[in-house]
Design a protein around this ligand. Sequence first.
Ligand code: ATP
Ligand code: MN
Length: 465
Amino acid sequence: MKKKIKCFNSIKELIFNYKFFISKEIKIKGWVKHFRYNCFIIINDGSTINNLQIFIDKKFSSLVKKINIGISIEVIGVLVLSQGKEQNIEIYANKIKIIGKFSPEELQKTILQPKTHSFKKLREQAYLRFRTSIFSSILRIRHNISFSIHKFFFKKNFIYINTPIITTYDSEGAGAGEMFRVTNFDLKKIPLNEKGELNNNLDFFGTSTYLTVSGQLQGEAAASGLGKIYTFGPTFRAEKSNTFRHLSEFWMIEPEMSFYKLVHNMNFAEKLLKYVIKFVINNSYEDLFFIEKKNKRKIFKRLNNVLESSFERISYTNAIKILKYSKKGINWGEDLKSEHEKFLAENYFNNPIIIYNYPLKIKPFYMRINNDNKTVAAMDIIFPYIGEIIGGSQREERYNVLLKRILELNLNIKSLWWYLNIRRFGSVPQSGFGLGFERLIQYITNIDNIKDVIPFPRYPNHAYF
Ligand code: ATP
Ligand code: MN
């Protein structure tokens, strides 16, 4: 009779259930991480930061030459409690099958040596980063952050909706130069009109189209029937800001809540951020711990500080007073630069802060005008080190006020007519915000560059892999 072998789908599953399989024969697969003293093969399969040690005895002597870091193997062996300090369990190998092999010389010459590399170096081989401990840790944390966001909204009875990626306008009122054009024109024979301009009517959609910079306006339409919705999708910005916190393609979470005013918006955003941080501490503890050790960066202390504090709320006007008093050379009415935000969150309050009620002139048309007629019900959440992580507002729900604002700003009524109609039929107070997914991951993992918290980063002059 054939012996029954327990096949594990992942090392994570094995570690979770090991107590039931001690002294039993099991099967597991993975990539070789280390090979020590010609008898310990250490494998990992990406499911967890924890490796699995395989012990091979003398009968494998012919196999030893074929083992090198990076190859993939299948192991059948007996699960035993380990003598070593580093791990609870190990496998005493009976059978080892090499699944995928290669010569280490070839790898070293052409790609990368199997050793620790800088983040920058790894970026040049982004498709291989998944094999490194640090990057797979970051991505498992990213996964848990994403999951916890969906979980939070699910518990709060929000409806997840998907907004279009191809759009015809810019909700932020930014210049089209900051948006990626979408076209199927044959670039060799672009149709021009009599004035020598692009004839967009002949383009695929009969008009000029762009990759979305935000799903907010469509989100507002959805919230006006579904009550509370959120989007979680890709967002594109063609700004040439190649900084440590900007990507050309990033992911944004945009909740939109009917019947919420600005203060509810702030409370909700703070709750969401704290929920996610708590979830990740509980569920990604080992990966966070690994990154903290490896990068010699504080992670838990920072995150616990956020959980214990209530975010400082300060009006734009008071923020300007502090900045003036601290001789930061800024006047009321000017937009805060990232160095101003940095000063307030990092040096002055040393805490996440919420700045609200910004001047009307520096914010987009859809934000609700306050009674002073000078400010709008906007709120930005600023984190130390990262800067703006959330930008949001209460929306202008009064049809006449909104129409007047659109006309004053000379915005294209022909493309905004449908948005105006949301406010004509049963309009209600509404609020929402945009949370930058990668900025949140960056803060939680304390990774310097945003390019290292997304699987395949897109930034100026870089669209490889
Ligand atoms: P910043 O001033 O930092 O460039 P923004 O004012 O352009 O931000 P919004 O348009 O309000 O940002 O976008 C909402 C959120 O999306 C931001 O709070 C931030 O978390 C994130 N975000 C914005 N631009 C980028 C980008 N280029 N890469 C990654 N995340 C971004
Ligand atoms: Mn920006």
